[in-house]
Design a protein around this ligand. Structure first.
Ligand code: AMP
Ligand code: MG
Length: 478
């Protein structure tokens, strides 16, 4: 066995067996590497030059040294309705311990049927896996907590969707794949003791600081609070960059606070709080504006699963949970407001800041202005807009900026660091995928290079799409 740097552990397998099934990935007939993430591999302690030429590992045909593959059990509230799910097309190879002692799940997605596949085939197609690769990398470089993508490899097997597509496997790296849905599952089907096990495991893995003695509050309340705090921070970050997850079911909300599951997600172009991209989201449940509320809704499902650990009396437990949901809102509002202040170069606090921000967003909405580019343009000394109500807003903002000590240059500096020039625009992602379909990966590599420097201006990647009259649509379960 070559020394490729694998250092896999399997702490999840120490949980009771109801949490997973042993599951080998399927042998792929003709593995071929499409893209390999060198930087990520190196940070995981892997030998990227050796692994780049081992597509069989990343297509599921050869197990890395020390792998003990499993599929994880979970449930989830999908569009509000409880469903039994589980890794229908994913296999966790193990937890890579990095040279600096961190632990990351290494998971193959699209590697064949599992115990949890139900009516699904267990496979994934190349383009959606490349889409996940591109958008998750963009999120990483935007500084937003996210799962990452180590590789996409073709399997050599066709996948039947509406047409015949090339089958591929995405290797996903996550600080864990434990979801709110994992708690939904175990609280519905397991014994209370299992919920206890899972909560303790999450504390050990993600919030070890909670074990320190000397707190008056119950440890599981503090665990819930820590999860709520991370979600409040994550969702505020999404709102600040105009990211729409698209399918915020509880099975797609990670306990770690990382963005997970890049299905029907997309970035907004012109500002409209009601934007929905997902083709199946007819009621707009997961629209841009609803994301923070859905965060609270999902956390309420987590609280329900944890209630018996909060307090032996149910009423008391519910009261405690409600207080924590209020805390989520406090954190979210604080993160959103401080993030918006930074986007406008505001460094001190005035009560009217919220209305200044809201007025700007309303102007963007009314005039169909591009969300990303409007903020970026304001980061430079620009003349007053020709739109009269916008120029009136600019004057008000300028006078707000005069009530803080920073110079115009300092303000520009702050703003350029908080307003990306480059986001993965839908039309650019589609263009890269269309070329990839024809085996031209150069456009994708150029796009990825631009996305890795989101705060550097680059005209071609910052242009919004030409209006087409049709809404951009995204799809799940691809
Ligand atoms: P997602 O919409 O990707 O969050 O998937 C929801 C659930 O469907 C998860 O439990 C997936 O594992 C499962 N799933 C999605 N696509 C497939 C597929 N092609 N085969 C089997 N299971 C799938
Ligand atoms: Mg999912």
């Amino acid at each position: 066995m070559q020394n490729e740097g694998w250092n896999l552990e399997h702490s999840y397998k120490e949980l009771p067996e109801v949490f997973y099934r042993n599951q080998n990935p399927e042998i792929a007939p003709a593995p071929q590497m499409i893209i390999f993430n060198h930087n990520l591999a190196e940070s995981l302690g892997l030998d990227s030059s050796k692994l780049e030429s081992r597509p069989e590992i990343f297509a599921g045909s050869a197990l890395p040294h020390g792998a003990m593959p499993i599929s994880q059990a979970y449930a989830g509230f999908q569009f509000g309705h409880f469903a039994m799910l589980g890794d229908g097309r994913a296999v966790l190879l193990g937890e890579q311990i990095t040279p600096d002692g961190n632990r990351f799940d290494i998971q193959l997605k699209g590697s064949g049927p599992t115990h949890f596949s139900q009516n699904g085939d267990g496979y994934a197609a190349l383009l959606p896996m490349l889409r996940e690769y591109i958008i998750s990398e963009a999120m990483y470089y935007l500084g937003i907590p996210t799962t990452r993508s180590l590789a996409v490899a073709l399997t050599g097997k066709n996948v039947l969707r509406e047409t015949v597509l090339k089958g591929a496997v995405l290797t996903r790296v996550a600080s864990s794949h434990i979801r709110v849905g994992t708690f939904d599952y175990i609280s519905s089907f397991g014994k209370m003791e299992n919920t206890h096990n899972l909560a303790d495991y999450c504390i050990w893995r993600h919030f070890p600081e909670l074990e320190k003695a000397g707190h008056k509050d119950n440890k599981y309340i503090r665990f819930f609070r820590a999860v709520a705090k991370r979600q409040a921070s994550l969702i505020a970050k999404w709102q600040l960059v105009g990211f729409i997850h698209g399918v915020m079911n509880t099975d797609n909300m990670a306990i770690s606070g990382e963005t997970i599951d890049y299905g029907p997600c997309a970035f907004m172009n012109s500002y409209d709080p009601d934007t929905v991209f997902s083709s199946i989201d007819k009621m707009g449940r997961y629209s841009y504006n609803n994301q923070p509320k859905i965060g609270a809704w999902n956390l309420s499902r987590l609280a329900e699963a944890l209630l018996p650990l909060f307090h032996e009396e149910e009423n008391k437990a519910i009261e405690l949970a409600n207080k924590e949901i209020e805390y989520y809102w406090e954190c979210y509002n604080k993160n959103w407001l401080s993030g918006m202040r930074a986007k406008l170069g505001i460094t001190n606090e005035e009560t009217e800041d919220t209305s200044l921000i809201t007025e700007l967003l309303e102007l963007m909405w009314a005039h169909k202005l591009d969300y990303t580019n409007t903020f970026r343009a304001l980061s430079y000394p620009i003349p007053l807009s020709e739109i009269p109500d916008f120029s009136a807003w600019q004057t008000k903002w300028q006078s707000r900026l005069s009530r803080q000590p920073q110079s115009q240059n300092d303000v520009s500096d702050i703003m350029q660091k908080h307003n990306p020039a480059i986001i993965p625009r839908n039309h650019r992602v589609e263009e890269a995928l269309a070329a990839a379909e024809n085996e031209d990966f150069t456009i994708m590599h150029k796009l990825l290079a631009a996305l890795s420097k989101p705060y550097e201006d680059c005209k071609i990647y910052s242009q919004p799409p030409e209006p087409t009259g049709c809404k951009y649509k995204t799809f799940c379960g691809t």
